[in-house]
Design a protein around this ligand. Structure first.
Ligand code: ASP
Length: 444
């Protein structure tokens, strides 16, 4: 039997990739919870030594190999996809129209998500349900990480500079630091600005720039092949990532923060199944359940990696191959959205700030709550699409409304779990917007 034949046969015997990822996720989570129950943490909260060894040396590297393979191609992908997207749109007016629609959908959806978050935090009042003794214990346990986040947030720049920084002085330097927040300026947003401008320039001199477009097309196609290879490892990588989380975390901390976690999860679920479904049904004219079923590979990857940027390659692939969204639209909307549209994060930020204010006994006025809502929407745009990318911004919002930023130490223990869920919404929102814009453009 030839090699290709053999490969085809094995591929046929395996279930579809999204099922494999789901199986990896379930097995990883179950194994982690069982391991945590069999080898529990010591009374002071230090995890079991043997289990820590397994996590550090086996499960985490499994997850990291997968993640790094994908992160490796995020920058060439963002650049080539955006430039090609803009160049394929062909005319600046059409780009402006699509840009405006994307912007309006992003702001509209973020507003809905924040309103849901703030309303739920006021209705459920999760912060008033945490006993004093547990607050102190949690604060002490996460003190070092808290200091780090507060220090990060203190480096926050004034609004004028934040806006100016979107225009990069040195795009290469921005690229170098884009994935770990060490860029001197606007990071990923600045890279995107450069790419969009580059694409516009290409369309203005079409006769002389064709070879460059062909090269970028080559880069894009090659990167997609690498993504395909990395995705084959996704089931194992996902199992490793989820095992590391559940094995060390267990369910205890979830019990302590149950009200807070439940409020966030209920808000996210409402936004996902309610708002997204309505928007998809009304504006994209598709059946939301079937739509998200087809997008499940991207949603599961978002859930497992907690990173919109790491999910972008999969999102682009799914949009084009499974959802039939035109590439010139998906590459523009999804690439921008992976950094700028973060509904799940905005919702989570609203609830978190109100929760922490309740915990420390600060009654936020209506005006302050509106400030929180506006800042949460803006913070959604500025949040890096990487795991925990929103934490420095949560600290910034806390400081703005006068809630002690150290409070964030209370929630760090469950943040990864919530990060997985909010990232799924962030990515789901990007895909929904792309579908809506695609539909409206086909009628335009
Ligand atoms: N992890 C999120 C994302 O990549 C950002 C965050 O909320 O921390 O979309």
């Amino acid at each position: 039997m030839s090699n290709a034949n053999f490969r085809q046969r094995t591929a046929r015997r395996l279930p579809a990739l999204h099922w494999q990822i789901l199986i990896g996720l379930t097995l990883g989570a179950t194994a982690g919870l069982v391991a945590n129950a069999v080898y529990p943490a010591q009374p002071d909260g230090t995890p079991h030594a043997g289990l820590t060894w397994v996590v550090r040396n086996i499960a985490e590297p499994m997850g990291q190999i997968f993640l790094r393979l994908i992160f490796m191609v995020v920058l060439p992908l963002v650049f080539s996809a955006l430039v090609l997207g803009v160049a394929e749109l062909g005319d600046v007016r059409r780009l402006g129209r699509i840009g405006l629609k994307t912007f309006l959908y992003t702001v509209g959806l973020s507003m809905c998500s924040v309103v849901i978050g703030v309303t739920m935090a006021n209705a459920i009042r999760p912060g008033l349900r945490l006993p004093e003794q547990q607050r102190t214990a949690l604060r002490q346990r996460y003190a070092p990480q808290t200091e780090e986040k507060v220090a990060q947030a203190q480096q926050a720049k004034p609004l004028r500079e934040t806006l100016l920084d979107v225009i990069p002085r040195n795009p290469l330097q921005e690229m170098v630091g884009a994935l770990d927040g060490s860029s001197p300026g606007g990071g990923m947003l600045a890279v995107m600005f450069f790419a969009v401008l580059f694409g516009i320039a290409l369309t203005l001199a079409p006769e002389r720039t064709q070879p460059l477009i062909a090269v970028l097309q080559g880069v894009y196609d090659t990167v997609m092949v690498v993504v395909g290879m990395a995705m084959r490892l996704a089931p194992l990588g996902v199992a490793g990532l989820v095992f590391s989380l559940t094995a060390l975390l267990g369910v205890d901390i979830l019990k302590t923060l149950a009200w807070y976690v439940l409020t966030v999860l209920a808000g996210l679920a409402l936004h996902f199944f309610g708002v997204y479904s309505i928007v998809l049904g009304l504006f994209a004219r598709v059946n939301p359940l079937r739509f998200f079923g087809r997008a499940s590979e991207a949603l599961l990857t978002a859930f497992a990696t907690s990173s919109s940027n790491a999910t972008l390659p999969t999102t682009l692939r799914v949009a084009e191959q499974r959802l039939g969204i035109r590439r010139e639209i998906s590459s523009f909307v999804l690439t921008l959205g992976s950094t700028a549209n973060q509904n799940g994060t905005a919702l989570y930020e609203g609830i978190t700030v109100l929760f922490l204010a309740q915990v420390v006994g600060i009654d936020l006025t209506l005006g302050q709550q509106i400030t929180v809502a506006v800042l949460a929407i803006l913070a959604g745009v500025g949040t890096a699409g990487v795991p925990g990318g929103s934490l420095p911004l949560v600290v910034m919002v806390l400081q703005t409304v006068g809630v002690p930023a150290e409070g964030i130490g209370l929630i760090l223990g469950v943040d990864r779990l919530l990060d997985m869920c909010r990232t799924t919404l962030n990515v789901g929102g990007d895909i929904a917007i792309a579908a809506c814009v695609d539909r409206s453009e086909s009628r335009a």
